[in-house]
Each structure stands twice: as structure tokens, then as C-alpha cells.
Design a protein around this ligand. Structure first.
Ligand code: ADP
Ligand code: ASP
Ligand code: MG
Length: 408
């Protein structure tokens, strides 16, 4: 017995209430035939994860990460049990498991654990018994049997990792939009659905703010070449295929526009312009456990220079403390910060071989009177840090400039 396995993942909005769980149960039951097996990964219902986090913060401003994982993982435990019950109510056999029960072993980095191995033993046994298997997303277990979570949006990662471990024939991600769009369709009504997108482009879009897929899940999909079909749980329409790509795809210059308002900017004024100073600053900040992203250093005229960089808003207090400490040590000037910034980015594999894309982006922003504070580029993306109040305008401007309403 070796039936092809279909892995499906349903996000929080797809299982937000009893009606939606019934609808998903129906869909899952239809997908399971005598010729194939179905393994379903579910997220927590609706906004449960956010609500659990808010609850924790009412009791402890800095909740211990191990306890956060104990708490946050319960959301998925609720939805997987309910979905298994709903499937059984349709007269089909089903069983739910936590991440730990199906042997998703992780390291001990609570709240952002990395999957090390997946045994999948219990899944295989249940499939042999012809059951529809429902797995709680977003979680794993350490060697010490402590529960861990895989970072926000981590159910996507559970699905892709299970698809790899079980050698599934298909990995389908069901969400509340019917595919990947040129930009967030909830913010820009001209956004167009994209039929196929490469792993590289999707990874870049996800890392730069398109929340529709967790970036880490795309990294795994790319590493093991697991094609992903992102589609709506509300319709039967075909969605977007995320694959390795082909020549034709690469011809498209700009695929999408993303934005992200989760970073803040820190500036150190009058930094002595000497070898080793940048190393000292960023070593101190990294020791504080803060990830630095865009860095800009001004040209020095008076043997002093200003250095600005961005850090996650959630780490701003830690980052400022570390920056002030090192600024004093190296005899730099004042440290200031700005939380009211956002990043707007354009992404596209075709950028590798086209010139003038950056100039067009900057010109379009200038015409819309949007000031660029910092710039960062990768091989297939360009990002500008701008004032947060102008972010929606910037996304719309760039979507129009690159005529994304015409592609897809
Ligand atoms: P789920 O609960 O299914 O995991 P998420 O809320 O994590 O769903 O992701 C889906 C949301 O991602 C959509 O509702 C949409 O607003 C947002 N989104 C942001 N950028 C894009 C994009 N480029 N294409 C599609 N959706 C996007
Ligand atoms: N429930 C988790 C979250 O909201 C995991 C997920 O939905 O993928 O981040
Ligand atoms: Mg999600």
C-alpha cells in the first residue's frame, strides 16, 4: 500500500468558526479517495494566536518563551481536534495529532524553533488504516519533550516540512485569498493574481512583508523543490503555483510590491570615522540579540559620520540601550530613533538582467512626493525606507509605475 499523499494546510481564517470548519471538513473528505491519502495541517481558529499572546502580556510584560510556546501551541490543538470531529461527523474516519505526536523534533529556540527531524511514524500508521490525518500546525517538540513553536505563520512550515517528510505528491496552502497577488489585494484593489511565481521571488516577497506565506516555509520548499499551490478555501478556483520557475518567468522584471511597517530606525550621530568602529557597534547590538537590517553610513567630511540602521520595532528598547552603550564607548554623539518608518519594496527575478529599474522606482516615488530615507537592494529586489504615513500611497504608486495591474 503506497497511495500518493496530498498535504493540505488551512490557515486561521479558513477555520475561524463552526461553519468554516464544517466547510473544510467537507472539502477534506472529498479529497480523500481510495486512490490517495490526505494529511491536513491546521492553524489556530481566526485570531486565536493573537488573543493568546495578548492574554500572556496582561500577566507578564516579558513572558518566558517556554511558557509562551506552551500557551500559543494550544490554538492549533483546538482546531485540529475540532476538524477531526467534523470529518468524523461526515462518516469518514479521521484522527488528530499535535506536532509532538507526529514526531516533529525541533531545537530548543522557543518561539522560533527550527525543525530538525520528522519521524511521521504515527501519520503513516494512521494512513495505512485509511484515516484522514489532521496535524496541529506551528509546533514541534524538543528532545526533552518541551513544546516549541515555529515562529508566526509557522503552520505553512509544518505543511511544507510534512510534504517533504512524507514525499507528498501535492502541497496545497488554503487561505482567504485565491492566490498570490502582485501586491496585498486587501490594500490595493488593482492587485492581480499571479499564475506562477518562483521560489526565489516568493521568498523575497515573503521576507519583505507579503504575509500570505511564511518566508521560512518557502526556504524549505526551495531547498527540496516542493511545488506549492496557494489557493482559496472559499472557492474551487485554481490559485498560484510556486515553483522553481523557468526561462519565461525570468523575463518579467517586477513581479510584485510589498510593504512592511515592522521596523524602526536608529541613528548614531558623529561617529568617529576609524577602522573597526562599525564592527564594534554591530557586535554590541548583535550581542543584545537584535537583528539589524538596512544600514546606511554617510560620507565623512570632518572625520565623523552618521550611521543609521533599522531593527525590528519589537526590539527597539533593547536596541537603543545597546546602541547608547556602544556610542558612549566609542565617543560618538547622540543616539536618536524613529518608529514611524516603513519599507516599500519591488521584487522580480527579471531585475537581474534589466537596468534602470531602481531609477524608475526612485523617480516614481519622487513624483508622488515620497521622500526616501534609506535604500537597500538584493539581486531581485529594491527596498526604500520611507515615512510610515506614506506607505499605502507608495505601494499604489509603484504598482501603477510597473503596470502590475496588467500582468498576472
Ligand atoms: P492564513 O490565515 O490563511 O495563514 P494569512 O493572513 O497569514 O492567512 O495570509 C493571507 C493574507 O495575506 C491575505 O488576506 C492578504 O491580505 C495578505 N497578503 C499580503 N500580501 C499578499 C499578496 N501579495 N498576495 C496575496 N495575499 C497577500
Ligand atoms: N497560528 C499561528 C500564527 O498565527 C501559526 C499560523 O497561523 O501559521 O502565527
Ligand atoms: Mg498565514
Amino acid at each position: 500500500m503506497n497511495r500518493p499523499i496530498i498535504v493540505q494546510k488551512y490557515g486561521g481564517s479558513s477555520v475561524k468558526n463552526v461553519e468554516r470548519i464544517k466547510a473544510v471538513a467537507q472539502r477534506v473528505a472529498e479529497r480523500k479517495t481510495k486512490d490517495n491519502d490526505v494529511v491536513v495541517v491546521v492553524s489556530a481558529m481566526g485570531d486565536t494566536t493573537d488573543e493568546l499572546e495578548a492574554l500572556a502580556l496582561q500577566l507578564n510584560g516579558n513572558p518566558p518563551e517556554r511558557e509562551m510556546d506552551m500557551l500559543m501551541s494550544t490554538g492549533e490543538q483546538i482546531s485540529c481536534a475540532l476538524l477531526a470531529m467534523a470529518v468524523k461527523a461526515l462518516g469518514r474516519d479521521s484522527i488528530s495529532f499535535t506536532g509532538g505526536q507526529v514526531g516533529i523534533k525541533t531545537d530548543t529556540s522557543h518561539t522560533k524553533a527550527r525543525i530538525e527531524t520528522i519521524s511521521g511514524h504515527r501519520i503513516k500508521k494512521a494512513l495505512e488504516e485509511n484515516k484522514i490525518v489532521i496535524v496541529a500546525g506551528y509546533q514541534g517538540i524538543t528532545d526533552e519533550n518541551d513544546i516549541t513553536t515555529l515562529g508566526r505563520g509557522g503552520s505553512d512550515l509544518t505543511a511544507v516540512a510534512l510534504a517533504q517528510a512524507l514525499k507528498a505528491s501535492v502541497c496545497e496552502i488554503f487561505t482567504d485569498v485565491d492566490g498570490i497577488y502582485t501586491t496585498d489585494p486587501r490594500k490595493v484593489k488593482e492587485a492581480k493574481k499571479i499564475k506562477t511565481i518562483t521560489f526565489d521571488e516568493m521568498l523575497e516577497m515573503a521576507s519583505l512583508g507579503a504575509q500570505v506565506m511564511q518566508a521560512r516555509s518557502i526556504e524549505v520548499a526551495r531547498r527540496f523543490n516542493i511545488p506549492i499551490h496557494v489557493r482559496s478555501s472559499y472557492s474551487k478556483e485554481e490559485g498560484t503555483m510556486i515553483t522553481q520557475g523557468n526561462e519565461k518567468l525570468e523575463e518579467i522584471t517586477v513581479r510584485g510590491v510589498t510593504s512592511n511597517s515592522s521596523e524602526a530606525k536608529i541613528t548614531i550621530c558623529a561617529v568617529p570615522d576609524q577602522a573597526g568602529v562599525a564592527a564594534k557597534i554591530f557586535t554590541e547590538i548583535s550581542k543584545a540579540g537584535v537583528n539589524v537590517d538596512v544600514i546606511v553610513q554617510n560620507v565623512s567630511h570632518t572625520k565623523h559620520t552618521d550611521i543609521s540602521f533599522t531593527v525590528p520595532k519589537v526590539d527597539i528598547t533593547k536596541a537603543i540601550a545597546a546602541t547608547k552603550k556602544i556610542a558612549k564607548k566609542i565617543n560618538a554623539g547622540e543616539v536618536s530613533f524613529d518608529k514611524n518608518i516603513a519599507r516599500v519594496s519591488i521584487v522580480g527575478a527579471g531585475m537581474r538582467s534589466y537596468q534602470g529599474i531602481a531609477a524608475r522606482m526612485f523617480k516614481a516615488l519622487a513624483k508622488a512626493k515620497i521622500n526616501i530615507e534609506m535604500i537597500s537592494t538584493s539581486e531581485i529586489s529594491i527596498s526604500c525606507i520611507i515615512n510610515q504615513d506614506q506607505v499605502n500611497k507608495a505601494v499604489k504608486t509603484l504598482h501603477k509605475e510597473f503596470q502590475l495591474e496588467k500582468v498576472g
